[in-house]
Design a protein around this ligand. Structure first.
Ligand code: HEM
Ligand code: HEM
Length: 592
């Protein structure tokens, strides 16, 4: 294990490369090890893709992946189209949602359809009830990590323009607190939120109560114990020395076992499913739950990867965890919640399938774009750039689909608090991915790589896209989980505006500052310190934006706690689906 140096550098992985390369050159011929490991990496990518292909063929044979447009309707009960579901809306907002779309009058149901709808809603209530406690535990952990992680991020941000602030304690120095921030958001907030939503959503989609929820709870405890220990190690200066993989591998064993237990109920529920067709969200979530353990396990195997190969493996993991875990989890949520809220199936189911399979086939090889200009074989980098450009296909498939599904329904954004987060998050997926595609080009990477521009992009993806979608999903899910409405609806709007304005300041300022920093570094006539000075106003603006975001998170957390404690007026409107009074439950669906 390496000890983290207490300096403020942005770790690209090259530091450990140099030290380890020297060590390796004493022991083994460089080229032999390099060839072995690049072959291993390619082989793993190949096996991953081929496995995906076999699952694809198998699913086609089993007709699980029925690619007709009718498949888009499976998340609706008979007669439910045209009636949105928005548990976070107040009675007045639901009324507004009902009135908005001209020409989309709510269909009058026959008595038989009413009975079917009531029965299906009852099944949904049952599925929701089976997941309530499990989802609540995961989402509560997520909220705690969100707040702690944001405070660590804010502290790191202030330190970049006030370097003498909080320097007495080693664990508060930039090198450690930044790493603590990253690990908390990456392994605390993001997976806890994802599992909270997945545990709630999959039983609904599979029309089956959650099976084996206690495994998830036990796994969640182990995972969190591992994370606390891992963050403690980083604070103490003990680390495996690779970005995104800093927690010592001994501690990661807890996370691996915890993660496996957390995945079990989802597998059992899949086996017990009552539906023939698997909606596209199931595919995204199921695949993410299959990919993540493989990635984490391979990347964390100790004493296997050294030097350049270690850096290559580091970034094979680094971008795959973004693209094959967080991204599909968030996309699955958008594909379910967005049509549900507006009461309209996704415009093109085939596009959603195209998006899924192209993401599965192209994302696996993009990791090399983090090492452009590094001591890595040029062909490997070129392959990653080509695949980064190919990623335009799944991204555009999603964007067109979201836009066409929302067309004519944009006015609902005024009334639905949940939809705002989801639609904006979806748009930021497009933006972050297209920006990423350009960042992967050698010409752009030359300017952007060692700068704050990359950090701005990182937050556009993991905050603007992923976190926004999770906020929307949590606002939808919690009233069903708690059988209680959000106690103070105006706080949802306060949260939204704080994080949106804060993030805009964060992203725009840091992108400009990062670009100017890169240009200054490339200008041989300028001393290096110029490239540092030019960023100072932008680093300060990041602290302003980050403070607003953190404030927004505190508002969100306070509201979450108030809901958990059942504060606020006892209203039974939108959360009514959960009371079992299904006769009037149909009335709680907002006519689109
Ligand atoms: C087609 C899609 C995408 C491509 C091609 C892409 C490409 C890139 C590139 C080239 C970098 C900079 C590497 C460097 O110079 O250091 C990067 C960094 C990053 N990207 Fe993306 N990106 C994409 C989508 C996303 C999404 C959807 C997310 C979030 C879910 C995301 C999160 C990040 C993060 C967190 C980093 C910083 C990693 C680090 O240095 O710690 N990206 N991406
Ligand atoms: C859930 C919310 C957040 C997520 C998911 C998130 C994610 C990330 C990620 C992935 C990185 C690594 C970026 C890279 O190395 O390229 C990072 C770094 C950082 N984040 Fe955040 N972040 C969040 C909130 C915040 C907030 C509220 C602030 C407050 C200003 C903040 C400030 C920072 C700073 C200062 C760094 C270090 C940048 C550097 O190394 O130069 N983050 N964050």
């Amino acid at each position: 294990m390496a000890r983290i140096a207490d300096w403020g550098g942005h770790d690209s992985g090259y530091g450990s490369v140099l030290v380890r390369s020297q060590h390796r050159s004493i022991n083994q011929p460089f080229t032999k090890r390099l060839i072995m490991n690049t072959v291993t990496i390619l082989l793993s990518s190949f096996i991953l893709s081929i496995t995906g292909l076999f699952i694809f063929i198998w699913s086609l044979r089993k007709r699980l992946f029925d690619n007709t447009a009718a498949a888009a309707y499976v998340i609706f009960s008979d007669g439910e189209i045209g009636r949105g579901e928005e548990p976070a809306a107040t009675a007045a907002q639901l009324e507004g949602m009902r009135q908005q779309v001209p020409g989309q009058a709510r269909a009058v149901l026959t008595a038989a359809q009413e009975t079917t709808l009531a029965r299906e809603l009852e099944e949904r209530v049952e599925a929701d009830r089976s997941t309530a406690f499990v989802s609540f535990v995961f989402l509560s952990c997520a909220v705690v990590w969100l707040v702690v992680g944001s405070l660590a991020g804010l502290t790191s941000s202030i330190k970049l323009h006030q370097p003498d602030w909080l320097v007495q304690q080693a664990w508060l120095t930039f090198g450690r607190i930044r790493t603590i921030h990253l690990n908390i958001v990456a392994y605390g907030w993001a997976p806890m939120a994802s599992f909270g939503i997945a545990n709630w959503l999959l039983p609904r989609l599979l029309k089956t109560p959650l099976v084996g929820g206690r495994y998830a709870i036990f796994g969640c405890m182990l995972w969190n114990a591992g994370l606390i220990a891992g963050v403690g190690c980083i604070a103490a200066g003990i680390s495996d020395g690779m970005e995104w993989l800093e927690m010592p591998w001994q501690v990661d064993i807890l996370i691996v076992i915890g993660g496996a237990l957390m995945g079990l109920p989802l597998v059992y529920t899949l086996q017990a499913r009552k539906v023939d067709h698997l909606y596209v969200s199931v595919w995204y979530m199921g695949a993410a739950l299959f990919w993540f353990p493989i990635l984490f396990f391979i990347a964390k195997l100790p004493a296997l990867h050294f030097g350049v190969e270690q850096a290559t493996m580091n970034w094979w993991y680094g971008h795959n965890v973004l693209g094959l875990f967080y991204t599909p989890m968030a996309l699955a949520s958008v594909y379910y919640f967005l049509p549900k809220i507006i009461g309209r199936p996704v415009q093109s189911y085939n596009l959603s399938l195209l998006g899924f399979w192209t993401l599965a086939f192209f994302y696996g090889q993009v990791g090399g774009h983090h090492l452009v200009g590094g001591p890595v074989p040029a062909w490997l980098i070129t392959l990653s750039i080509v695949q980064s450009i190919m990623m335009i296909v799944p991204v555009i498939s999603f964007s067109i689909n979201q836009h066409l599904t929302m067309r004519g329904y944009f006015s609902k954004l005024i009334y639905s608090p949940t939809l705002r987060f989801l639609v904006l998050g979806g748009m930021m997926y497009t933006l972050s991915s297209l920006e990423g595609t350009f960042e992967a080009l050698r010409s752009v990477s030359t300017v952007a790589h060692f700068t704050h521009f990359t950090v701005a992009h990182a937050h556009l993806g993991l905050y603007g896209f992923f976190t926004m979608v999770m906020f929307g999903a949590i606002y939808f899910v919690m009233p069903r989980v708690m059988s209680w409405e959000w106690p103070y609806p105006s706080l949802i709007a306060v949260h939204f505006w704080l994080v949106i304005i804060g993030f805009a300041i964060y992203f725009v300022g840091l992108s400009i500052g990062g670009w100017l920093q890169g240009m200054a570094m490339l200008d041989a006539s300028k001393p290096f310190i110029d490239s540092v000075n030019v960023t100072i106003p932008f680093l300060k603006s990041r602290t302003v934006g980050g403070s607003l975001m953190t404030l927004g998170h505190l508002v969100f957390a306070g509201h979450f706690i108030a809901m958990a404690l059942r504060y606020g007026p006892a209203r039974t409107g939108a959360a009514l689906l959960h009371t079992g009074v299904t006769a009037s439950a149909t009335d709680q669906l907002a006519g689109a």
